[in-house]
Design a protein around this ligand. Structure first.
Ligand code: FAD
Length: 454
């Protein structure tokens, strides 16, 4: 590219865009945050449209192949996160092979027999106690998420990219999206950004923070892949018998592949998902995204060859698939009415408007809970807009620890419920009464342990 072409611009001619739907609530992005927001809004009586860029729902939990849904409890017997995320699990549990993980009866247990049963299940045991942590079949997850959307009578548009917020008089009034049908608009009374990357904020003129810290996991992208026809039990037995050798092999794998690959138990004994952490690339830069897809596939081939040759249990394995969604751990974050800080998280600061209780994952043990206020979903100035999911208003450190799948489901459920309440009462989402929101959330199955909602 020449210096001249970098500076060139093209003036897009203005044109009329077809309004294809008018709804109460429009949600863009069908991942854990957006899907939960849409379902909660619709179940609370709002006519809801859900726009998703891919051909399926679930975001990172399905398309991203991040199939581990961990830490919904803090080591005690009761979950800190329930609601729609627990509903996913209950629905998947009815499908043979849909999910694997400790049962609700086993949560909080320190019984050695229970611990032995789940010792190889990543994140299931913290401080000698069972946590509510499940691993899901991503294909079945896509199916049950469709079911939930159909049952709630949500108007779903797949293969549709939300590209621009429609703003009038200080409020977001709709979204322009692109699809094979062209460029269309959908109007709504409340718009919820569930894109994870907060894609609507720049065109809505809403303040956001895109700064990431190179030392934190949230700055690292990934392309998760799965390996099939493994014998994961054999692999685990080997790691248990010879941890030194296993560690050596893991170092040699990183050398062979050119990056660190971590195989994690899948939803069946013959499938693993391989996590990775690629630094120095941004999820909102198309050149970086392209580089990631190409370079990780190259590293995957080298790494897989090494695993197949050297890892006990991988002898007959094959690469099952790569994620259709780039693994983005952190991106743009709303600057909202409250910014959740590391200090809030570390001091377990409770808020009057808490809408999600997050069990902490302190190194070496459980460390109580952290709390997310409703105000972290609400922009400071712009009306008619909420965020749902990992783009919640937070600093780099808090976001790094508080954007797991169950956290995003809980935030999404709150955003969708608040949107429906605002519409029913004819008020702006920022004016929604916290207590009414909390009581509605609890009535519909969410839990807010330790929060006084009376
Ligand atoms: C490699 C990796 C490993 C992780 N490990 C874990 C783990 O083990 N357990 C855990 O709980 N969490 C884990 N996380 C974090 C977790 O997956 C995410 O933080 C969480 O999924 C965020 O949910 P979300 O709904 O905010 O965003 P996403 O899951 O990213 O969903 C966003 C959705 O919006 C859609 N979308 C995006 N842009 C647009 C647009 N412009 N128009 C229309 N649709 C759009 C996407 O296609 C997607 O469906 C991991 C993340 C990564 C990347």
């Amino acid at each position: 590219m020449t210096a001249d072409s970098i500076n060139k611009t093209f003036k897009e001619p203005s044109r009329d865009i077809k309004v294809c739907h008018e709804a109460d609530v429009v949600v863009v992005g069908g991942g854990p945050g957006g899907h939960s927001a849409a379902v909660a809004a619709a179940r609370n009586g709002a006519r809801t449209v859900l726009i998703e860029r891919y051909g399926h729902l679930g975001g990172m939990a399905s398309g991203g192949l991040v199939i581990l849904i961990p830490h919904m409890s803090d080591g005690g017997k009761e979950p800190q996160i329930a609601g729609l995320c627990l509903e996913w699990m209950n629905r998947l549990a009815k499908i043979p092979g849909g999910m694997v993980g400790p049962t609700l009866d086993e949560v909080g247990s320190s019984d050695p027999r229970v611990l032995a049963r789940w010792k190889n299940h990543f994140s299931a045991i913290v401080d000698g106690k069972i946590r509510l942590t499940w691993t899901v079949d991503p294909e079945m997850l896509k199916c049950i998420l469709n079911d939930m959307v159909e049952e709630a009578e949500i108007k779903l548009s797949l293969h549709s990219w939300g590209t621009q917020a429609i703003v009038e008089k200080g409020a977001v009034k709709g979204v322009i999206f692109e699809s094979k049908s062209g460029r269309q608009a959908v109007l709504g009374k409340v718009i919820i950004d569930g894109t994870g990357d907060a894609d609507l904020l720049p065109t809505a003129g809403v303040e956001f923070d895109g700064a990431l810290d190179a030392k934190l996991r949230s700055s690292m992208l990934a392309l998760v892949f799965r390996v099939g026809n493994c014998d994961f039990k054999k692999y685990n037995d080997f790691r248990e018998k010879d941890p030194k050798k296993a560690q050596e092999l893991s170092g040699e794998l990183a050398k062979a592949a050119g990056t660190f690959f971590l195989p994690i138990a899948g939803h069946r004994d013959d499938v693993v998902w391989v996590n990775n952490w690629i630094p120095g690339l941004k999820s909102t830069d198309v050149d970086d995204l392209t580089k990631l897809e190409v370079s990780v596939r190259r590293m995957m081939r080298k790494g897989f060859e090494f695993m197949k040759k050297n890892f006990p249990g991988f002898e007959n394995s094959f690469i099952l698939d790569t994620a259709s969604q780039t693994g983005t751990r952190g991106s743009r974050r709303l600057v909202g009415e409250h910014i959740v800080t590391a200090e809030d998280m570390n001091s377990s600061r409770k808020f009057d408007d808490t809408i999600a209780v997050i069990p902490k994952i302190a190194p070496g043990g459980s460390g109580g809970c952290a709390y997310i206020p409703y105000r972290a979903l609400v922009p400071v100035k712009m009306d008619g807009l909420l965020v749902a999911g990992r783009s919640f208003s937070s600093d780099k450190i808090a976001n790094d620890s508080m954007n797991l799948i169950p956290h995003c489901c809980a935030m999404g459920e709150a955003a969708g419920t608040a949107a429906a309440l605002a519409i029913k009462q004819g008020i702006s989402p920022r004016k929604v009464d916290y207590k009414t929101l909390q009581k509605t959330l609890v009535k519909q199955g969410a839990v807010l342990p330790g929060i006084n909602i009376a």
